[in-house]
Write a protein that binds this ligand. Structure first.
Ligand SMILES: C[S@@+](CC[C@H](N)C(=O)[O-])C[C@H]1O[C@@H](n2cnc3c(N)ncnc32)[C@H](O)[C@@H]1O
Length: 241
């Protein structure tokens, strides 16, 4: 069975993904719709891909029921990537698959650890299915239960996503350096996890974040720090732009 690799780009960064893969020597097969770039194995880990279908294979779709049976025989959990055509047929197959919760994640809960496959229809009679995908989120789309009250901006979502993908996070007893910290979304995340934070920015931290327990605010350039003087830290988070 011919294997392929599928790359799902961050929206708006399709050209960057193509260039990155070409630079890595990956042989591209072309786009399926505008969300899935197909390529020859082996799978690489590009920065511009939100998800990678590591072991995609083409499978026959003799009927809706048989397609669902084929997928279920491979594994339980599947996320349908809406195809460019045959959307109704794809949805009918998806309805016969076991339910997979697509609920937003309540950070610091961890993303589901069960393997999540990706699949789509190539045409009425053929599908592409990858039992293994790199992201624990459907098609790499991290969705969280948002906090619209406490953090000073929405930057906290970037760090929630990074820590979720890393499957690790700072906690009590850890010292974090947050570079380019203002107005303080990331510092708010780190301090909320119980870590101590040295928040460095030329701009001011939001007062409610600066007042959180364990937060030390430094109005300085990140490039002025000297590890020999400032000492070791457990985590370095940098959002300097
Ligand atoms: C995207 S914002 C950071 C948002 C922040 N992570 C948050 O969660 O609220 C980028 C920040 O980098 C800061 N910055 C840019 N150059 C810097 C430098 N050389 N040293 C420290 N901070 C810098 C800017 O002042 C700005 O506040």
């Amino acid at each position: 069975m011919a294997q392929l690799v599928g790359y799902i780009p961050a929206v708006g960064f399709e050209a960057e993904l193509e260039r990155e893969l070409a630079r890595a020597g990956v042989r591209l097969r072309g786009w399926h719709g505008d969300r899935l770039l197909l390529a020859d194995p082996p799978a690489v880990d590009p920065a511009w891909a939100e998800d990678v279908w590591v072991d995609a294979r083409e499978l026959p779709v003799p009927s809706i029921k048989q397609a669902a049976r084929t997928l279920k025989a491979l594994q339980r959990n599947w996320a349908l990537l809406t195809p460019p055509a045959q959307v109704r047929r794809a949805n009918l197959i998806a309805q016969q698959l076991p339910h997979v919760s697509m609920k937003p994640l309540a950070f610091p809960d961890r993303p589901p650890s069960a393997s999540l496959g990706g699949w789509t229809l190539l045409d009425a009679d053929r599908m592409l299915a990858s039992p293994t995908t790199r992201s624990p989120f459907p098609h790499g789309q991290a969705r969280f239960v948002e906090d619209r009250e406490t953090p000073p901006n929405r930057a906290y979502l970037k760090l929630w996503e990074a820590l979720s993908l890393l499957d690790d996070r700072p906690g009590p007893g850890d010292l974090c350096l947050d570079l380019g910290a203002a107005p303080g979304g990331w510092t708010w995340v780190l301090a909320s996890l119980g870590a101590r934070v040295v928040a460095v920015d030329k701009a001011e931290l939001a007062p409610q974040v600066a007042a959180m327990p364990g937060v030390e605010s430094r109005r300085d350039s990140a490039f002025a720090l000297d590890p020999k003087v400032d000492g070791p830290v457990d985590w370095v988070c940098s959002d300097v732009v």
